[in-house]
Design a protein around this ligand. Structure first.
Ligand code: 1QQ
Length: 404
């Protein structure tokens, strides 16, 4: 005989079976941590510390990118080790500061290679990577860019170079097409830094994209890294009454260009390259950056974030008390990619890990579903963004007018 109480409990259990899934579906999705790849079993051969080098610009102007990158790598490492993702081994990051400087990047990568690290993440800038990448290539050590966006780096550096960061050539064409359509651009002025691999490459990609969209370039001006006065160049460009200013610059120069263009009375649209992608640029320019259009690999306000993006944001904010930016999302993803490759390789041999990384496909990440093409370049969806009230939001979610 089943007692009345037991029957009531059974009824509750049966009801719960129907009710719980319905509630779970309606609730905000649980923040997901990056998952174990079904492609690879638990690694059997790994043990002890698996060292990886991490080279970012942690001081000087470039630190607006490097500090969030460092925090993101540390968060990923903590999660990877907590999850026992490398089986019996612990991922051990060795951090180095390259300060945005080519020579310091070479010195940092040389130290890490000499220590026998399995892989290196960074350095931050394409200019640093162009200088330091050959050291890793020569030594046969996998070096993974997580913020390099200049074109052709793998062709230039060799097959131990890979990146988790979409090159500008994968981001800018869509941004220019979308901006051209929503703003009706026909004539623009172009300004770029002519002494840096990233700013020059970004400029070339902009020119090609503008050409493809039949937007006329009514003036071109240049500057050098470290310049602080852009009034002459901006005055020339603004006198042409362009529909937009298109700028390829790193954060320090980007900030001054925005402020000085507005001070000269320019109220039109500014379209920036990846260097503009830092919240620091927006904080330092305030209302002057409203209407700024920048393509990116990740956006905090994406209306349809992946579960991994939600999980990443939650964990990052909890750990550090500030919100992650695109550079943090890429560095976090890159660290998980390295862990995935070491796990799947079940080896700390850099060449074996490099081959495993090339094979990573359909990897669920905060950047979206991530993989590599035949050329070893990263593949995932980019996102065009516009600055509204001091924050980057997806351009597709905003009605824009030529005056921003
Ligand atoms: C590069 C970049 C910079 C903006 C990274 C911070 O894209 O140097 O390639």
């Amino acid at each position: 005989m089943v007692s009345k109480t037991v029957r009531f409990l059974l009824l509750l259990v049966v009801l719960a079976a129907f009710v719980v899934p319905a509630v779970a579906q309606d609730a905000t999705p649980e923040p997901a941590m990056m998952g174990v790849s079904p492609a690879c079993a638990d690694p059997a051969s790994l043990s002890g510390d698996v060292s990886i080098g991490v080279v970012f610009g942690l001081s000087g102007n470039v630190s607006v990118y490097g500090l969030p990158q460092r925090d993101a790598v540390q968060l990923a490492v903590d999660q990877i080790n907590e999850a026992g993702y490398l089986g019996g081994a612990t991922l051990y990051p060795v951090f180095e500061d390259s300060a945005g400087d080519r020579e310091q990047a070479i010195a940092a990568v040389t130290r890490l290679v000499d220590q026998g690290v399995t892989a290196i993440i960074g350095p931050t800038l394409s200019s640093e990577m162009t200088a330091a990448g050959p050291v890793a290539q020569e030594a046969g050590v996998l070096i993974l860019g997580v913020s390099n966006t200049a074109s052709g780096l793998r062709e230039l550096l060799g097959d131990f170079y890979m990146r988790a960061s979409l090159p500008e050539s994968a981001v800018i064409p869509g941004t220019i097409a979308q901006a051209t359509e929503s703003l009706g651009l026909t004539r623009v002025g172009v300004l770029y830094g002519n002494d840096n691999e990233f700013t020059v490459s970004g400029y070339e990609v902009f020119v090609e994209a503008l050409d493809a969209n039949e937007v006329e370039i009514v003036g071109e001006e240049t500057f050098a890294t470290g310049d602080v006065d852009f009034n002459a160049q901006l005055t020339n460009l603004i006198s042409q009454e362009p529909d937009a200013l298109v700028v390829s610059a790193l954060a320090a120069e980007a900030t001054q260009i925005i402020l000085q263009a507005r001070a000269l009375g320019y109220t039109g649209t500014i379209i920036g390259g990846n260097g503009f992608n830092s919240p620091a640029v927006l904080n330092q320019t305030g209302a002057d950056s409203n209407g700024l259009i920048v393509g990116g690999a990740w956006n905090y306000s994406n209306p349809n974030p992946s579960a991994e993006s939600v999980g990443f944001v939650t964990a990052f904010e909890e750990a550090y008390g500030y919100s992650p930016d695109q550079f943090a999302a890429q560095a976090y993803t890159g660290t998980w990619l390295i862990a995935e490759a070491i796990r799947c390789a079940d080896s700390t041999d850099s060449a074996v890990v490099r081959d495993a990384l090339l094979n990573v496909a359909d990897f669920a990440s905060p950047l979206g579903v991530f993989g590599f093409d035949e050329a070893g370049e990263p593949v995932h969806e980019p996102i065009a963004q516009i600055v509204v009230d001091g924050r980057f939001v997806p351009l597709s979610t905003v009605e824009v007018t030529p005056e921003g």
